[in-house]
Write a protein that binds this ligand. Structure first.
Ligand SMILES: [Zn+2]
Ligand SMILES: [Zn+2]
Length: 395
């Protein structure tokens, strides 16, 4: 074994220490609660049964979401994002950054890539040799690019990203619940300990520590959980919270914000039943993400809103024929909701790349500069193009 390989093996082994530590604490808490508290300390049978049932529910949900976060493989970009062989050779030979950018731009034209680096360049990972999809980042610990990367978490020894972000937030939620439940039920026995009302057995030390450990973990998870709830509400990743994603028209920290409810469905899915379970239900494919149009209260936002609304009214029949697939409601007043639906519509539309370039976003949306021009020709091609432009707005 080469020395570098041995070091890597060692690192990989050491990285499991936090996970082992958490699991040991959880196993001990299970023993202390079930055996020492419920069986040895509590004498009332009804109380024992009730405590044990609720405890096992919390315990099961917590362990399930924790292990799902650990074992979910981080989603990585597909081969389409790697440079084709010829372009790769050219890129490697080329020393001028501008020429390299030209190569990347040529390849990126066929990819759904809308975000850029701070200087406006195509985001390229030299390590993985691929064009980074939107919201994708390279994790130096995992040594790979991870889709919608949030952060690398040592407590789960895994990258938290598109494939397991929902599980991670649920893990935080259920670990809080687990700690709260333990602290709340142990509290009265904890007080009895201090007032010398507990029989002097070894159980009382377990009860004492159970309360301390649960309360300590609760306090330390609380801020992290609140922060991630805030991020989910904004549809932002931890990385994006520190550095705003850059679109064609500059950085926009709210670029992926679709409104509170839709932001939540992006992570938890739109099925009520599965949203609280660690079962995969996040929306999207990890490569393309709906983005907001423009600020809703800006003048242009209102004009876009109006344009889309009128177009929808003109082509109500067309849209109602797609209604079942798209769950499209022609009278939705929220342009961001429409933007999102346009994305889903675009997936079904047969328009080619050339068609898309025909209509400039500016021509469509700067309506306030020539309000009397009849731009709303009720023709279906135009409508489809409008939707495609809405989809590509920002590119
Ligand atoms: Zn990479
Ligand atoms: Zn990682």
């Amino acid at each position: 074994m080469a020395p570098s390989q041995a070091v890597r093996c060692c690192q990989r082994g050491l990285s499991w220490i936090p996970v082992i530590f958490i699991n040991l604490v959880v196993c001990w808490s299970y023993y202390a609660y079930v055996v020492e508290l419920c069986i040895y300390t509590i004498t009332n049978t009804e109380e024992q049964v009730f405590y044990l049932i609720v405890f096992h529910l919390c315990f099961f949900m917590f362990v399930w979401s924790y292990w799902k976060t650990i074992i979910s493989k981080p989603a990585t970009p597909s081969k389409e994002f790697c440079l084709p062989k010829a372009e790769k050779e050219l890129y490697e030979k080329e020393e001028r950054p501008e020429a390299q950018q030209e190569i990347l731009k040529r390849v990126a034209r066929d990819l759904p890539v809308y975000t850029r680096t701070g200087s406006g360049a195509i985001r390229y990972c030299d390590r993985c040799q691929l064009i980074k999809p939107d919201r994708c980042h390279h994790c130096s610990t995992c040594d790979k690019c991870v889709l919608k990367m949030d952060h690398h978490c040592p407590w789960v020894n895994n990258c938290v990203g598109f494939s397991n972000y929902k599980f991670f937030v649920l893990f935080l939620a259920y670990s809080m619940l687990y700690c709260v439940y333990i602290s709340a039920t142990v509290l009265q026995y904890f007080i009895k300990f201090w007032t010398n009302h507990l029989p002097d057995t070894h159980a009382k030390f377990h009860v004492l520590f159970l309360f301390f450990v649960a309360a300590m973990f609760f306090i330390s998870i609380l801020s992290l959980f609140t922060y991630h709830l805030w991020l989910v509400g904004k549809n932002r990743t931890t990385i994006e919270a520190f550095r705003a994603p850059v679109f064609r028209n500059g950085p926009d920290k709210n670029g992926f914000t679709l409104g509170f409810r839709k932001n939540i469905t992006q992570v938890f899915g739109d099925q009520r039943l599965s949203c609280c379970l660690p079962i995969y239900s996040s929306l999207g494919d990890g490569y393309t993400f709906p983005t907001r149009l423009v600020s809703v209260d800006s003048e242009q936002g209102n004009v876009e809103h109006q344009a889309i609304k009128w177009t929808l009214e003109w082509h109500q029949d067309y849209f109602s024929s797609l209604k079942d697939t798209l769950v499209l409601r022609p009278h939705v007043k929220d342009p961001i909701a429409l933007r999102y639906k346009a994305l889903r519509l675009a997936a079904l539309s047969p328009l080619s790349e050339k068609d898309l370039q025909c209509v400039a976003v500016e021509d469509l949306f700067n309506l306030h500069s020539y309000p009397h021009r009849p731009l709303f020709a009720p023709n279906i091609d135009w409508t489809q193009r409008l939707f495609h432009q809405v989809l590509r707005h920002g590119d």
